[in-house]
Design a protein around this ligand. Sequence first.
Ligand code: NAD
Length: 369
Amino acid sequence: MAQIGKLLLLPGDGIGPEVMAQVRRLIDWLATHRDVQFAIEEGLIGGSAYDDCGAPLSDATMASAMAADAVLLGAVGGPKWDALPFDKKPERGLLRIRKEMGLFANLRPAIVFDALADASSLKRDRVEGLDILIVRELTGGIYFGEPKGIEDIGGGQRRGVNTQVYTTEEIVRVGRVAFELAKKRGRRVCSVEKSNVMESGLLWREEITKLHGAEYADMELAHMYADNCAMQLVRAPKQFDVIVTDNLFGDMLSDEAAMLTGSLGMLPSASLGQADAGGRKALYEPVHGSAPDIAGQGIANPLATVLSFAMLLRYSFDRQAEADAIEAAVRDVLDGGMRTADILQPGMAKVSTSVMGDALLRALDKGIA
Ligand code: NAD
């Protein structure tokens, strides 16, 4: 059986290893039933890495990440490591891996499974069938722009400064990711900024418009101001297909969109780097953290990590059929009334992490895709 690529698994801390164990079972299932096999390495990140080697990410694990075709991460952090100095904290491992892999595009899908539509903060008819994708620029903009800092300006006054800055290259590369993804979905991109009041927003709009005209003229492009987009996401979210936006607006809009789906335990994400001859660096992870309050109890919802793995199959390995099969299995299990505690609804069966994994395997066996 041929291996289709190198996969690095980083379970991390808290519930990370528990949810990753369920993905391991899916990986085994794919090897047995779909002839899809990976060369797998497993490494430590976060607090568990600190306990092992005194740093939240070792150079050796970082090198494995650079050599991998894709990285799947669980979660990092927990009270055990809260008192560590800043550069040793579990979250530093995550920041390092994202930075060194050059992950500039963050993909956050907001998908509402029919069975969970009532868990949304919006009415069922607004969110039923929702399937949107937010592409957020991740390495530029106001969180990184210079000058920044807090300075004393005399007379007991201080001044805090952050700089919103984008270049053509930064805008075009994330724009291209959005158009390429939209090509495989509804072929519609909505570019979001505040070009009415920000020069960087005006540049963003001009560059995206140019890119559209030059390379993607057969697709639909719309522009929207970020404040209006925030309103539209709660008024009529189904109008969107792919939204592309900068780091700051994307931070907020992707969290807003996440809440449309109801539960943190259901939300996958992907972060992509530059495509080159060797492929594209990519890291996949659930949106949730290490959930120390429920770690070790075997009750965590594994579906966000399972759906992150489906994204990995889709975007890093172009395995659409296998990604579809896993997403269909998730749908099937939810339709069948199985729920971990975090998504429990009246009349449904409360199940553990591993029983949810059993159910996914049974759904895959049924060949429902
Ligand atoms: P969290 O996402 O870990 O938990 C928030 C709440 O959601 C908790 O009540 C938790 O039990 C619940 N929850 C989260 N994921 C769940 C799942 N899969 N199934 C069932 N319930 C789930 O956020 P937090 O409590 O703010 O942070 C805990 C730790 O995780 C902190 O150390 C934080 O720094 C870290 N963190 C890590 C990441 C990451 O690794 N990407 C992201 C966010 C927070």
